[in-house]
Each structure stands twice: as structure tokens, then as C-alpha cells.
Design a protein around this ligand. Structure first.
Ligand SMILES: [Zn+2]
Length: 153
């Protein structure tokens, strides 16, 4: 499963950023300004589509703030003991267990975003390889289309 580079949820989409935003790529590297696709979940993509981002760390920080607000109700700790839960009716108990599960998932996604905000994204080798390949083939195509200067006979 390819994970969202921000929240580690399933990456069903991608975000487009300059190649130079990637870890280990310098502003003066060949192809630094080419736009590349990074794996992202649909929710992170939709939130980032609405803003302009200057770095992947900044984007992750922004996402952690948005999610903390949007999911505040799920991030609040669920305080039911096992004994209390067992005394409840089935429907109420399942609904509390579901929100507990959602609480854990959301907490994890927000933590991942905060981690990326500080440490930068962790891109798996296969993702980095694909992006490097994409950049180098684009550069090669561009080079092939630049007319070569001919010296006069
Ligand atoms: Zn995400």
C-alpha cells in the first residue's frame, strides 16, 4: 500500500509540487523546478489544493492544524472503562467503540503530520526512484527539442 506522505493514510491521490521540495534535492539541481507527483490521500490533497505551499514541512504543519480543528471532537480522549462499556446496550457500546477507533486513527494521522512538519517526509525508495526517473526523462525530452546551433558551412 502506498501511503500519503503527510498523514500515512492510504494514498488514493497525489499532490503536485516542485521537484526541489523533495528531501535531498537542491534548488540548483537539474530539473529542480519541474512539477512532480507525490502520493497523498484525497483529504490531504483537497485541503492543500486550496492553499499555496512553500515546503512539504509547511504543508504538513498546515494539515496538522486543520485536522486538529476539524477532528477536535474525535481527538478528545474517550473515557469509558471496559466495565462501563459492558453495562451499556449493544448499539450504544458499538457506537462508542467505533468512535474510539476513529479517535485512534485521527490521532495517528495528526501525529504523522506533526512528525513530517518537523522531520520532513519519508519517501519510500520506489517512490523516489519513480520521481527521479520522471524528472530525468523529462529533462532528456526537453534537451532533444532544443535546436542545436549549426556552424555555417
Ligand atoms: Zn493524507
Amino acid at each position: 500500500m502506498i501511503k500519503c506522505i503527510f498523514c500515512s493514510d492510504y494514498a488514493g491521490s497525489f499532490i503536485r509540487t516542485p521537484y526541489s521540495y523533495l528531501p535531498g534535492v537542491n534548488d540548483d539541481d537539474a530539473g529542480a523546478d519541474l512539477i512532480v507527483n507525490l502520493p497523498s490521500c484525497t483529504e490531504c490533497r483537497e485541503i492543500l489544493d486550496a492553499v499555496s505551499i512553500a515546503s512539504l514541512e509547511g504543508a504538513a504543519r498546515y494539515l496538522s492544524l486543520v485536522y486538529s480543528e476539524v477532528y477536535a471532537h474525535l481527538l478528545a480522549e474517550v473515557k469509558w472503562s471496559r466495565g462501563e462499556l459492558e453495562e451499556l446496550g449493544y448499539n450504544l457500546r458499538s457506537s462508542i467503540e467505533m468512535s474510539h477507533k476513529a479517535h485512534l486513527e485521527v490521532t495517528d494521522r495528526v501525529e504523522q503530520c506533526k512528525r513530517v512538519a518537523v522531520l520532513g517526509p519519508l519517501l519510500p525508495d520506489e517512490v523516489m526512484d519513480d520521481i527521479r526517473y520522471e524528472v530525468s526523462s523529462t529533462l532528456a525530452t526537453e534537451a532533444a527539442h532544443i535546436p542545436t546551433q549549426r556552424s555555417p558551412p
